[in-house]
Design a protein around this ligand. Structure first.
Ligand SMILES: Cc1ncc(C[n+]2csc(CCOP(=O)(O)OP(=O)(O)O)c2C)c(N)n1
Ligand SMILES: [Mg+2]
Length: 793
């Protein structure tokens, strides 16, 4: 494909199209009425409150019109990600002009009445947000929280060999940690099987109130930086539009040519050595084409253009002509016909049908989503002839299931596992029997499970893994993020943004539902034997449950069969965030597969084989547990109670689906009050052993009738490198404390209770001395087993 000099007539029309987009952007920020300025601008035509971001917008409009041209000329399958997503007016304007907006929202029609509504709705109560939010066609990236555009773009093109993701990166955004590391994504992109990302670094020089680093460092240094990261930058720099249009035109063609060249060499020529990928550096004034001066201060080309350059002309009449001149400088009468439609010679510049970036199906990924092929998870069941048999470690038993998921979907190429260097460490080594870690940098003898193509993506950046996975899901595929529990917090706010996206997109009938974002948090708080305190933090759950109930699910499978059942469910689910917490160390198995399926389907239930209140009117105490380690300690506590206080009626309740605890009026999974009371009684003590911070259980149950009798043990920020059992002791979650807690709440256990309590307190002292001397837990703790034949199952 030769790079050709642009034709002047075409450039003139592209400039007019750009003016139309800029005009509509300013109009959205300011106008309530008079959208085509058919009348002199009057205060009553203006919004009472002016909101939005102008500074980034003209640059993005410029990029969009140039990409449109390239799509048409080269028949590109392209989507657009707006890193500085506060430039919402640009994307709304462009999707309106290309016709996708009126198609999706017929009320915002391509005429004067539609234009009026388009302007009115922007950043207006009952209207649309100021960012490139889910409401905006073609968007998979709201860009409200800066930093993730490039990882999203890479996630989008994985396994989409024909797709090009154009990704506009703000020069301020480029300073964020996630963005700074996401340049490395090229080391993971396979030019044969994946598509391409075209980053456009938008060097408009400023953020909200400061210059940007990349705009101020010498150009040679910037070029070295980008080249060092694996990119070949094409610079388009200036402010004279008569020069910038041809320069951008040529740069975009050059980038497309170079992408196709790399792809051809890999796909047809068998090339296997990565070469730098093209990118564009667009250096143009912030607020380009806006008012040069406002209130005696330079505006265009400065940080002052970031939001609304001309403030409140309703209150400052001198601003009214400044605004009117600015709007008229785009010459709307040349751009729209008498009916308010974009003139046909301009409209024809936009791509057609699904090639329009607002209509590209990849940006409405649910449209392309195919169900995963899943093996029958029951095939991977662990035999549990009696409760308490020792398993190999729950995630190790999940691994073979995931290996088959990888195998069965290899051909359709729509399932990937993401993680920051921990897939093996988290116990999922079996997946490497079926695939490798995708890695395009050199591979040396001695490396393991690395290949230019593979279903596992590992880079030591949780941001990057999260961003890749979100991009992958948003474009209609499936995936799993495996991570240490403590460090998933690094992406807390990325989770926030994705959960918000899911919530809003679920309300838009035209947005198809996507696959759920599945987190598998192994290497959890209770078993950080190697690492200690820094690695102990179960607070991600607390963070997750803040989000809308219709979007979040938290599962704490107590053993491997439950984990298999839960994971099967999560991989089938749509439009949720599923958090699954599971252990990787050898641990007791409680339920055979049929029982596990029943239990996980219910999400919560009495374990009758561990309880002995079947024949009594009510139990004396409810021993509840959620999480693998708390379940073990609870059952060990129950075995002590049943041995020493056999007349006590104990009910064991296990919780897999944490949301069952919440009221049914708050969460769709929540138990009704009646069902909750049936399980937990209305007036008996509940000793609840919980995986995470105890306050969460109170938060979820505060409205329940028996809440006053609920006593929760969990992680209370005590930890270090110590034995597994000592971790529970340090946090009062161990079996001895749980029994003592029970006795304290049951005075009628009388002297037998008192003596047992004393005995257990002595045990805790013995434990401390023993581990300090031997470095391992007491034999009676290490070798404890659920007493066989305690009750029929
Ligand atoms: C992570 C994050 N921190 C801070 C902000 C607040 N913020 C919004 S826009 C902006 C400046 C962005 O500058 P840049 O990326 O250069 O965008 P542009 O100049 O194109 O507007 C900041 C700091 C944010 N949205 N996200
Ligand atoms: Mg900037």
């Amino acid at each position: 494909m030769p790079t050709r000099a642009p034709d002047a007539e075409l450039i003139a029309r592209m400039d007019a199209y750009w003016r139309a987009a800029n005009y509509l952007s300013v109009a959205q920020i300011y106008l309530l009425d008079n959208p085509l300025l058919r009348e002199p601008l009057a205060p009553e035509h203006l919004k009472p409150t002016l909101l939005g971001h102008w500074g980034t917008t003209p640059g993005q409009n410029f990029i969009y019109v140039h990409l449109n041209r390239a799509i048409r000329e080269h028949d590109l399958d392209m989507i657009y990600l707006s890193g500085p997503g506060h430039g919402g007016p640009a994307l709304v304007a462009n999707t309106y002009l290309e016709g996708t907006y009126p198609e999706i929202y017929p009320d915002i029609s391509a005429d004067e009445a539609g234009l009026r509504k388009l302007c009115r709705q922007f950043s207006f109560p009952g209207g649309i947000p100021s960012h490139v939010s889910p409401e905006c066609p073609g968007s998979i990236h709201e860009g409200g929280e800066l930093g993730y555009s490039l990882s999203h773009a890479f996630g989008a093109v994985l396994d989409n060999p024909q797709l090009v993701a154009a990704c506009v990166i703000g020069d301020g955004e480029a300073e964020t940690g996630p963005l700074a590391t996401s340049w490395h994504s090229v080391q993971f992109l396979n030019p044969r099987t994946d598509g391409a990302v075209l980053p456009i670094l938008h060097l408009n020089g400023y953020k909200i109130a400061n210059p940007t680093i990349l705009a101020r460092i010498p150009r040679a240094q910037l070029e070295q930086l980008l080249r060092g990261l694996g990119w070949a930058p094409l610079f388009v720099e200036g402010e004279d539009t008569s020069l910038m249009h041809p320069a951008m035109f040529v740069a975009v063609d050059e980038a497309v040519r170079s992408i196709r060249d790399i792809q051809r060499r890999w796909r047809e020529g068998g090339e296997r050595v990565p070469s730098p990928w093209p990118m564009i550096v667009l250096r143009s004034p912030k607020g380009w084409t806006g008012p040069a001066m406002v209130d005696g201060l330079p505006n265009t080309g400065t940080f002052r253009s970031h939001q609304v350059p001309v403030s409140d002309p309703r209150r400052f009449p001198a601003h009214l002509p400044v605004l009117e001149n600015w709007l008229r400088s785009y010459r709307p009468e040349e751009l729209f016909d008498a009916g308010g439609r974009l003139r046909p010679e301009l409209a024809e510049l936009a791509p057609r049908g699904d090639r329009r970036m607002g209509a590209n199906p990849h940006a409405n990924g649910g449209r392309l989503l195919r169900d995963l092929r899943l093996p029958d998870f029951r095939q991977f069941a662990v035999p549990v002839p009696e409760p308490g048999v020792l398993g190999r470690g729950d995630t190790h038993l999940l691994g073979p299931f995931l290996r088959e998921v990888v195998r069965m979907n290899a051909e359709s190429g729509n399932f990937r596992i993401f993680g920051p260097d921990e897939t093996i460490s988290n116990g999922l080594e079996a997946v490497f029997e079926a695939t490798d870690r995708q890695w395009l940098a050199p591979i040396l003898p001695g490396d393991e499970s690395l290949a230019p193509s593979g279903r596992v993506m590992e880079m030591l950046s949780e941001h990057q893994c999260e961003g890749w996975l979100e991009g992958y899901l948003l474009t209609g595929r499936h995936g799993l993020f495996n991570c240490y529990e403590a460090f998933i917090h690094i992406i807390d706010s990325m989770f926030n943004q994705h959960a918000k996206w899911l919530k809003v997109s679920a309300t838009l009938p035209w947005r198809h539902r996507i696959a759920s974002l599945n987190y598998l948090l192994a290497s959890h708080v209770w078993r950080q034997d190697h690492n200690g305190f820094t690695h102990q933090d179960p607070g991600f759950i607390d963070h997750v449950v803040n989000k809308k109930a219709q979007v979040v699910r938290v599962y704490l499978p107590p053993d491997a069969n439950c984990l298999l059942s839960v994971m099967d469910h999560c991989l089938r689910s749509r439009h949720y965030v599923n958090v699954v917490i599971a252990g990787k160390h050898p641990s007791p198995q409680w339920l055979d597969m049929p029982a596990a399926v029943e239990h996980c389907t219910q999400g919560i239930g009495i374990w009758d084989w561990a309880s002995n209140d079947q024949d009594s009117a009510e139990p004396d105490v409810v021993m509840a547990c959620a999480g693998d380690v708390p379940t073990l300690e609870t059952l060990a506590a129950v075995s002590i109670l049943r041995e020493h206080l056999p007349e006590l009626c104990v009910r064991v309740v296990n919780v897999v689906d944490l949301m069952k605890l919440q009221s049914s009026s708050e969460h769709p999974h929540g138990l009704s009050d009646r069902d909750f009371d049936t399980l937990f009684t209305t007036d008996k003590p509940i000793i609840f052993a919980y995986h995470g911070y105890p306050t969460l259980i109170h938060r979820l149950t505060y409205r329940r009738r028996n809440h006053d009798n609920l006593h929760v043990r969990g992680y209370k920020e005590e930890g270090t490198v110590t034995t597994a059992f000592d971790m529970t002791v340090l946090n009062d979650l161990d079996r001895f404390h749980l029994v003592i807690d029970t006795i304290d709440r049951l005075p009628h256990t009388g002297s037998r209770g008192v003596y047992l309590k004393q005995h257990l307190q002595n045990k805790l002292v013995e434990h401390r001395h023993y581990i300090a001397e031997h470095g391992v837990d007491l034999p009676e703790v290490r070798n404890w087993k659920w007493p066989a034949g305690t009750a029929a199952r």
